[in-house]
Design a protein. Structure first.
Length: 115
């Protein structure tokens, strides 16, 4: 099992930046896949960025070049640095982790981009 605690959402203007954090209750080396999905009102949940156990990363086309996922294996925390935020990035961002074939989710953090 793993518990995930997210933080860092908020209200920003277009072009600004935010950093999301997701702290895991176990070593990242014990987690097969970890990362972020997002869900906007009336839309399907979509993958934003994921990292595999030993560090490879995948990004959605819509955030490539603007968002960066990083890992701190001492703090067991994954970060999502979001730059040049756009109105369409507004959503609830959900951290997830896959352990032994089971997917665990954080509680979600709201990111609102508004002028």
């Amino acid at each position: 099992q793993v518990q995930l605690v997210e933080s860092g959402g908020g209200l920003v203007q277009p072009g600004e930046s935010l950093r999301l954090s997701c702290a895991a209750s176990r070593s990242l080396f014990g987690i097969e896949t970890m990362g972020w999905y997002r869900q906007a009102p009336g839309k399907q949940r979509e993958m934003v960025a994921v990292t595999k156990r030993y560090g490879s990363r995948i990004y959605a086309d819509s955030v490539e070049g603007r968002f960066t996922l990083s890992r701190d294996t001492v703090k067991n925390t994954v970060y999502l640095d979001m730059n040049d935020l756009k109105l369409e990035d507004t959503a609830v961002y959900l951290c997830f982790a896959e352990v032994d074939g089971t997917t665990y989710w954080g509680q979600g953090t709201q990111v609102t981009v508004s002028s």
